[in-house]
Design a protein around this ligand. Sequence first.
Ligand code: SAM
Length: 256
Amino acid sequence: MKTLLLIGMGPGDPEYLTLQAIDAIRRVDVFFMLEKEGRGKDELLQLRRAILSRCLGDKDYRVVTTTSPPRRRADEDYQEVVQVWHDEKRLIFERLIAEDLGDGQCGALLLWGDPSIYDQTVSLAADLAERSAGGLALEIVPGISSVQVLAARHKIPLNRVGESILVTTGRHAETCDPAEIGNAVVMLDFNASFQRFRGQDMDVYWGAYLGCPDETLVSGPVDEVTDVLLETRARLRAEKGWIMDTYLLRRRGGSE
Ligand SMILES: C[S@@+](CC[C@H](N)C(=O)[O-])C[C@H]1O[C@@H](n2cnc3c(N)ncnc32)[C@H](O)[C@@H]1O
């Protein structure tokens, strides 16, 4: 039997690893790392390696690095594009487990933040475990998400008393009816969709590179901070070559 651990690593800084994640990392024989092409590639791999060296010191372990398949642009059939991308990823995991993990060994992927939030690795791995007919055991170790770090940094709860929270994508924020939004955490926003929410009596709590050395925060009424946000986002992206940001949009007037 082989074991695959999906370990939530938090949003970058090793200080966000849970004790359970550290114990899990210490059980691992082989770490699988998928490199995404793009300008943040080296920095993101470096953060993972820093976590391993912090947890494992001189201990012997193997790292197998492979290229993550690029996702085609999803302008048209989004579901189909994502399906093809997931199928490609599943095949890569299958090959890594077959070729680079011995019987009785433990392999792991360090997943950014928490594995349950906008990361389908869990479904792909669960599928492989199910098809393995007992040959592959799967364990998931939860992590601290960028969403929790966003709230902690701005010193806010995500919802006010009795309210619900929507966690959604930039893709949805770009097209939804702004009137639907009470408290929305927006992730995977490549087009700065917060600007659509001007004139809506809303506040925004924004964070980039949360939990990382370049962490940057901006908050305030959407009407007042949108220009600052657009400028900050563009400047950071130009300086570093990549950006990772998340924000909470909140309609004013709920009970604190
Ligand atoms: C593929 S999702 C993965 C989310 C991850 N599972 C988590 O729990 O944070 C990637 C998106 O999460 C958000 N994100 C992840 N890490 C972040 C960070 N350190 N700072 C700001 N946003 C982050 C961004 O919206 C990014 O586009």
